[in-house]
Ligand binder design. Structure first.
Ligand code: GPP
Length: 543
């Protein structure tokens, strides 16, 4: 790397938009619903019992599949994890004969989603002798959508599923404008972000009003449960948002780093996308706070500090000693002290037997700080790394292990010491989430055309190294996102960690697909996602 004295070069920081939420959640009074919170919870418990009974009442495998599918789309499967696991295992073990593409594809997708590796040969019977899908399925949009959703569970080197994906996507695109509601909306959603890649709660918000008597397993209790459960959970999320918005307001008032993005609600959304269930409040809150602190750190390195200041900050974070505060420039001192004191608060949330987790969360924060420093070194020296060098560092700075450990930190006993070791040693799941995070972020950066003052992105490095146009580089990066999804799908059957944990971590990749799809940066330009976030956190579902 060329050695020039650039440590004192001031950064010409772009100014970020203020928070689109301001004090909204601090002052927010939730809508008055027709029923009190207590009554709502009581009714949810009754309905859970009623819906549990439906598993035993299913007459055959197809009914069971339709039931599990409905519960997943409606976002209430978290209440039925055990019966669903038993059901899927029994379906996996039993013979299944069906000439319906929809049924075969539904079974295939659900089994893979639940960690059973079913072969792509299941679809052979819908193909002609040349191995091409037979033409009569092209007039059957429901089956095509099921095939498309199933094929999105493909892993590496599954050419048959690759073809199924292209085939179903093509025909769905062709027939899209002639479809009726709600299939038209379901196809539109899946083409934008495939079901397997989207934030689960997002699907629930859209599917609840679509679920009707036309559904195979329509049941009034299921629908009532989905609506009430959504509203109950939303109440909890609103209370958390109020508290965390106060926390963030105090932090920003204290540290006075006006150059940093104030994105508490978006950080909370990130955490909620990973773990939205009531019992995971501790995990959600710690993760949301961790992301907010990391975001301020990122802006300090990328947008504001001189190189010398970056080095001092990274060193202080590495040493993790409050008495080092005087070595930092004055404007960063309060931020540093906030980091240390918040991590102490995180530690206080742990039970005695969980205390080992504090070392992990500190480690991932120190690691991300190191990768931010490396990027700052490159950027201040106008150095364009090789593509591999860049991916190596920037996948780390994209936060896969930070989010994984941040989410695990507050989970219960399911998160064992072995799981923490697995997550921090670059497991396939965590690495693939980091790749998706990095590539989606860089695709959005490139489209925005923002002349980022931080390091050249993976796209620019790819273009330079391979001497290709931006179109070629962008297509390549999109293919890397697809590859990382194949790894995540594969990880579902590898069973290196409990499925629940793999799913929670994979949810981080889903949040990236949602916030950054269509090459937008919904985190930085949060007005682009404000409407969507209102559906999650402000608007209740009419009963
Ligand atoms: C998932 C994580 C770590 C979230 C914390 C907030 C954050 C750094 C967002 C990405 O911002 P960016 O687009 O400026 O990131 P980068 O500078 O890494 O490109």
């Amino acid at each position: 790397m060329a050695s020039i004295n650039c440590s004192a070069v001031p950064r010409l920081a772009p100014s970020f938009e203020p928070s689109v939420w301001g004090d909204f959640f601090i002052n927010h009074t939730p809508d008055t619903l027709q029923i009190s919170d207590e009554k709502m919870t009581e009714r949810v418990n009754q309905l859970k019992l009623e819906v549990s009974g439906l598993f035993g009442a299913c007459k055959n495998a197809v009914e069971k599949l339709n039931l599990v599918d409905a519960l997943q789309h409606l976002g209430i499967d978290h209440h039925f994890e055990e019966p669903i696991a038993i059901t899927m295992s029994s379906i996996h073990n039993a013979e299944f004969i069906s000439s319906s593409l929809h049924e075969v594809a539904l079974r295939f997708r659900l089994l893979r989603q639940h960690g059973f590796c079913v072969s792509a040969d299941e679809f052979s019977k819908f193909k002609d002798e040349g191995g091409r899908f037979v033409n009569d399925i092209t007039n059957d949009p429901k089956s095509l959508l099921s095939l498309y959703n199933a094929a999105n569970l493909l892993t590496h080197k599954e050419g048959q599923l690759e073809e199924a994906l292209l085939f179903s996507r093509h025909h769905l695109e062709v027939m899209q404008c002639n479809l009726e509601s709600p299939l038209a909306e379901q196809v539109e959603r899946a083409l934008k972000i495939p079901l397997q890649r989207n934030v689960k709660r997002e699907e629930a918000i859209h599917y609840i009003p679509e679920y009707s008597v036309q559904d195979e397993m329509y049941n009034a209790a299921i629908l009532e449960l989905a609506k009430l459960d959504f509203n109950c959970l939303q109440r909890i999320h609103q209370k958390e948002l109020k508290a965390i918005s106060m926390w963030s307001k105090n932090i920003f008032e204290d540290i006075k780093l006006d150059y940093a993005r104030d994105r508490m609600v978006e950080c909370y959304f990130w955490a909620y996308s990973c773990v939205y269930e009531e019992e995971y409040a501790r995990s959600r809150i710690v993760l949301a706070k961790l992301l907010m602190l990391t975001s301020i750190l990122d802006d300090t390195f990328d947008e504001h500090a001189t190189l010398e200041e970056c080095r001092l900050l990274a060193k202080a974070i590495e040493r993790w000693d409050e008495t080092d505060v005087s070595l930092l420039p004055e404007y960063l001192q309060k931020f540093f002290l906030q980091i240390i004191s918040n991590f102490k608060e995180f530690d206080k949330l742990l039970e005695p037997h969980e205390k080992y987790r504090s070392a992990y969360i500190r480690k991932v924060f120190q690691n991300i700080s190191k990768s931010y420093l490396q990027e700052a070194e490159w950027s201040h020296h106008d150095y364009t790394p090789s593509f591999d060098e860049q991916v190596n560092i920037s996948v780390k700075s994209a936060g896969g292990d930070l989010v994984a450990i941040g989410a695990l930190f507050g989970l219960g006993d399911i998160a064992t010491k072995e799981i923490f070791k697995w997550a921090i040693t670059n497991s396939g799941t965590v690495r693939a989430c980091g790749e998706i995070s990095r590539f989606m972020d860089d695709l959005a950066d490139f489209k925005r055309g923002r002349n980022k003052i931080d390091v050249a992105t993976t796209i620019e490095c790819y273009m330079k190294e391979n001497n290709v146009t931006s179109e070629v580089a962008l297509a390549k990066i999109v293919s890397f996102v697809d590859d990382a999804w194949k790894t995540l799908n594969q990880e579902l059957f590898e069973r290196r960690a409990p499925l629940k944990i793999v799913k929670i971590i994979t949810n981080f990749a889903r949040s990236m697909m949602f916030l950054y799809h269509d090459k937008r940066d919904g985190y930085t330009n949060s007005k682009e996602v404000k409407g969507a976030l209102e559906s999650h956190f402000v608007k209740h579902i009419p009963i």
